[in-house]
Ligand binder design. Structure first.
Ligand SMILES: [Zn+2]
Length: 133
């Protein structure tokens, strides 16, 4: 559901992904799109920060074991009564980056031994030699 409002945009999208993986990717995306973190809650999976002149909130919530929803909310620091211009640029960039990284991640797994990012088709971890299949 997308809501475009006074100088900001709210959107939530659902992905087939585990919560821990989603959170890892979100932290990478936050750095990539240039969100300055002011508050990061690793237990509630919530980040408050700023991007340019806007306030931004990013959160991930688990829906079931393999499904999460990613919420991105941006708004201007000074509330505008009404803006005719679409204000969804930052939100679109966030999801674009998230979806790109998600694709990349799907081709990799984390080695259960050493937590290295390795190809999902590998039989052995090239870092620590653990058999992963
Ligand atoms: Zn390993």
């Amino acid at each position: 559901m997308r809501i475009d409002g006074a100088g900001g945009c709210f959107d939530n999208r659902v992905y087939e992904i585990e919560l821990d993986v989603a959170w890892q990717i979100i932290l990478l995306v936050v750095a990539e799109v240039g969100i300055k973190i002011e508050e990061q809650d690793n237990d509630d999976h919530l980040i408050n920060g700023t991007i340019g002149k806007k306030l931004v909130t990013v959160a991930v919530q688990q829906l079931d074991e393999t499904t999460c929803q990613v919420i991105v909310d941006t708004r201007r620091k000074v509330l505008q009564i009404y803006s005719w211009k679409p204000e969804e640029k930052e939100v679109n960039e966030f999801y674009q980056s998230f979806e790109n990284m998600l694709k990349e991640f799907a081709a990799f797994i984390l080695c259960p031994g050493c937590r290295s990012k390795i190809s999902s088709s590998a039989k052995f971890c090239p870092e620590c030699g653990l058999q992963v299949k």
